[in-house]
Design a protein around this ligand. Sequence first.
Ligand code: ZN
Length: 202
Amino acid sequence: MSGHGGDRLVVPGELLGTAEEFVPGHGTYEDGGRIYAALLGHSQVDPSDRAIRVRALNAIPRLADNDEIIGRVDELKSAMAIVSILAAADTGRGAPGTPEGTIHISKAKDGYTESLADEFAPGDLVIARIIQSKPTVKLTTAPPELGVVAARCQLCHALLGQRERDLECPRCGHRERRKIASRYGQAFGSAGAPTGPHAERS
Ligand SMILES: [Zn+2]
């Protein structure tokens, strides 16, 4: 694996390289000889010591109705998903203090949702729209362009690729259901993210 030295937007859990290539620095963690991003931000390699770091995105000033945000699903309850708001979707600027929002089961997708576990899993990154910013943040992922934009295999933790209307693990072949955004795998638009599916690991 090479070519990861450049400034590139990475998502939490994204593989940055191996412990033979880099020294894990701020904003990263090592697991089993591989180094992953711990934050949403830009990866940077210090050429002097091969330390790889992730610099967190700058804060957005405030959350407003109709803003689209990038969030991470933290927990599924019977009627709602709890989401940590990481960044504004249009600019990629981070949200200060990682505010929490909720997606009610009626707002997960168009039509009836029997179980939120068919639409999301903890750790998924989603693009969602704010339908209420105060006093608590309420989100929707119902429109086609909204929903899950990056998800990990429940079995082997690889980033899932899109296969027709489902997701499929490029490593172990496991298939999973999600409320997939039309922008799955290329979530970050103008923020300059990786454009292809996150399946470049070997
Ligand atoms: Zn897998």
